[in-house]
Design a binder for this molecule. Structure first.
Ligand code: UDP
Length: 421
């Protein structure tokens, strides 16, 4: 048995780790899967664990009001050290760029447990943007033994930093696996914050903003959003407001009470996915939402000066507008008024994955244990249940571009179908 300990600290980590935990459970004859939550964020993490049916075997309960990144680092290091002593895993899986991921990889290194880094290799190459996430991800990369890069670009970054080829796996992003899984579940918006939005009557735009880099400029971003609604009577903003009071206060100060702005509580993931399928486009500083919107063909205006996800910009589905008033007004105005511009963005390819990333991550772990390889697992017949299953075996680094295009456009068709349901 291969003992794998997955570490989860925040909402996006739960969303992106859940498909891997499920895949490890599906292969319970080979893997013993354990989960440690740090609760770097408590309120937004617990509903995710429930939704994905994840049972935490360890809870470090580190969340304290107003704690700094170094407080989180110390608490995770201390807590993980005890958990690792008890569990003695072969692999510690961490996800992304959080302080939880960085500190857990360090704790694993001190115990000489192997580290698998999910969503590895993304870079802005700017130490302070996003802060502290850029450096968190790089430190985790230095300590990792297996790097699960969501895209070729991320893999190339790792190879340029000297990571050996055999330790880098191009997997797609597991957020797409989750999006597809949750998108297939039945959902009724009655008695949820989504009830009563003007579906079909207005052009609804989903807005989220909470990144550290935007906290100072949040009032100005909200002022621009207000101006946007004044200029475009057909527009309605649906804005789930983040729990961080520094992000929330300027939003309430500027946008509360406006007729065509719905300020919503943080949405449960199923609600978010349902809403995403019904909006015209997205304005966000979130990383995960950039990927999800691209997967369902929704244009994204990115409220950041730099992004570690340039693939969406290159593909044409996303535009970087930063916190610049004019850029946001012009780009949003075009999406609202120019059907050609809208169509060009909405029909761009999704560069972030096909929904089978978790299987590739687990396959990658197996490939690093040659003795544990099981032919039946590797060459399992695709199930006829879902058209995407047929694509499971093909998205490797070696995939021919022509085939990759077919895969992606087929995926986009499927995504749109379920978004319409
Ligand atoms: N999300 C959610 N409810 C919300 C806002 C976002 O479930 O009200 C999801 C979103 O779909 C994405 C993830 O949370 O998968 C993004 O989280 P966040 O923006 O906190 O982090 P980032 O992706 O920037 O790391």
């Amino acid at each position: 048995m291969i003992r794998v300990l997955s570490v989860i600290g925040t909402r996006p980590e739960a969303i992106k780790m859940a498909p891997i935990a499920r895949e490890l459970e599906r292969r319970a004859d080979t893997f013993e899967s354990r989960i440690c939550v740090t609760h770097q964020h408590r309120e937004m993490l617990d509903p995710m664990l429930d939704l994905f049916n994840l049972e935490a075997h360890h809870d470090l309960e580190i969340m304290r009001p107003g704690q700094s990144a170094s407080d989180v680092t110390q608490a995770v290091l201390a807590g993980m050290s005890e958990v690792l002593e008890r569990e003695r895993p072969d692999w510690v899986l961490i996800q992304g760029d959080t302080t939880t991921a960085m500190a857990a990889s360090m704790a694993a290194f001190y115990r000489k447990a192997c580290v698998g880094h999910v969503e590895a290799g993304l870079r802005t190459f700017d130490k302070y943007s996003p802060y502290p996430e850029e450096i968190n991800r790089r430190v985790a990369g230095v300590l990792a033994d297996a790097h699960f890069a969501p895209t070729r670009w991320a893999a190339t970054n790792l190879r340029r930093e000297g990571v050996p080829r055999e330790r880098v796996f191009v997997t797609g992003n597991t957020v797409i696996d989750s999006l597809q899984h949750i998108g297939r579940l039945p959902f009724d918006p009655t008695d949820t914050p989504l009830e009563g939005l003007p579906y079909g009557r207005k052009r609804i735009v989903l807005v989220t903003a909470h990144r550290h880099e935007n906290l100072e400029g949040m009032a100005s971003i909200c002022g621009t959003l207000r101006e946007l609604t004044e200029r475009h009577p057909e527009l309605h903003l649906a804005f789930p407001v983040h729990m961080n009071p520094r992000a929330a206060q300027p939003v309430y100060d500027t946008l509360i009470g406006l007729e065509r702005v719905s300020l919503l509580p943080p949405l449960e993931y199923q609600q978010l996915v349902w809403l995403l399928g019904r909006v015209d486009f997205v304005i966000t500083d979130s990383g995960g939402l950039q990927e999800e919107a691209a997967a369902v063909g929704k244009p994204v205006l990115v409220l950041r000066e730099r992004t570690e996800r340039p693939e969406g910009i290159d593909a044409g589905i996303a535009k970087l507008v930063g916190s610049n008033r004019d850029e946001l007004l012009v780009c949003a105005g075009r999406l609202l008024q120019d059907p050609l511009e809208y169509h060009a963005m909405a029909s761009a390819d999704c560069p972030y994955g096909d929904g089978a990333a978790a299987e590739r991550v687990v396959q990658g772990l197996l490939s690093m244990f040659p003795g544990a390889l099981d032919e039946e697992h590797i060459y399992e017949e695709p199930s006829p249940e879902h058209p995407l299953d047929a694509l499971l075996h093909h998205a490797t680094e070696e995939i021919p571009r022509q085939y990759a295009d077919q895969v992606i456009s087929r995926f986009k068709r499927c995504s749109r179908e379920w978004a319409r349901r």
